[in-house]
Write a protein that binds this ligand. Structure first.
Ligand SMILES: [Zn+2]
Length: 298
């Protein structure tokens, strides 16, 4: 992996210290010792598959996770324990998150971005979550995403407060984070398309100091197909956003409508979406041939 950081203490003073052969595939790796803290490490220490057994399952599990299969079902299909699928979700998720960050830093500056929030819930509808997601229109790549809690709405609000107490609303800070991430990968005066939510205009004006062009489209009724994300009446300004959202809903198991696989832990859910995001961005680039993702995980 290119973003490998050598060293525990971030010192650049280290010397070669022998080597070893990895049992699983007999590859040879260099060992080092840090001159500063005297700790030993190897080329492999900071890689995403450090001390991972059964590396040959990486590709398969990664694809199944990004293809809408539940973790228990993956465990049964592949023939491993479900805890080890869960631990791989963390590994792959961290890797995918780092890759997305790297992509934002290296991509050509974008001038047309769409964003909106997708809603889901953890365990019960009384504990809703919001997920702001930004998509670049030209490439259809997902540029930024985060997840956080919001208060329940409508008739569930009262029930939610009674059962689970007050629920913090993280919407504003998530949107601020999204905009600060977009600022890094957008031109100084980008066009931003959103729906008519009243949360956005102020934040967009503030984020780009009034230089961004904010185009607002009216939200439309959901079509029968497309996971409630595709809208009736075909193509419109937010088509690529809605289409990407429909893909996310279809391919991340706990986001699928009417599923009984619900979000249990926000952090794990975040990793799962990062895994899909990585896969999605590769796919729209035409790079979803298995070997490519596999090689990158090595
Ligand atoms: Zn050190």
């Amino acid at each position: 992996m290119s973003e490998t950081k050598y060293n525990h203490c971030h010192s650049h003073r280290f010397v070669k210290n022998g080597n070893y052969r990895r049992k699983s595939d007999n590859r040879k790796f260099q060992r080092f010792q840090c001159r500063n803290c005297k700790r030993n490490f190897s080329e492999q220490t900071f890689k995403p598959d450090y001390r991972l057994k059964q590396r040959d399952l990486n590709l398969l599990i990664f694809r199944l996770l990004a293809g809408g299969m539940a973790q228990r079902e993956i465990a049964r299909t592949v023939g491993i324990c479900r805890n080890s699928v869960a631990s791989r979700v963390i590994r792959y998720g961290k890797y995918a998150k780092a890759k997305l960050k790297l992509y934002r830093e290296q991509m050509p500056k974008s001038d047309l971005v769409l964003f909106d929030e997708m809603e889901t819930f953890e365990h019960t509808k009384c504990k809703p979550l919001t997920m702001p997601i930004a998509v670049e229109e030209k490439t259809r790549k997902i540029l930024s995403f985060s997840v956080g809690t919001i208060a329940a709405k409508g008739h569930l609000a009262k029930i939610s407060r009674k059962k689970y107490g007050p629920r913090p609303c993280q919407r504003k800070e998530l949107l601020k984070k999204l905009i600060s991430e977009l600022r890094l990968c957008c031109t100084t005066n980008p066009t931003i398309k959103t729906d008519r939510s009243h949360h956005y205009p102020k934040l967009i004006a503030k984020g780009w100091k009034g230089k961004a062009v904010h185009k607002v489209s009216k939200g439309r009724r959901a079509a029968v197909t497309g996971q409630g994300e595709m809208k009736k009446g075909g193509y419109d300004d937010l088509f690529f956003l809605n289409h990407t959202y429909a893909m996310i809903r279809d391919k991340v198991k706990c986001l699928t409508r009417k599923t009984w696989c619900t979000v249990k832990k926000i952090k794990m859910f975040e990793y799962l979406v990062y895994i899909y995001v990585h896969f999605h961005n590769q796919r729209v680039e035409g790079k979803d041939r298995p070997t490519l993702i596999y090689q990158q995980l090595l």
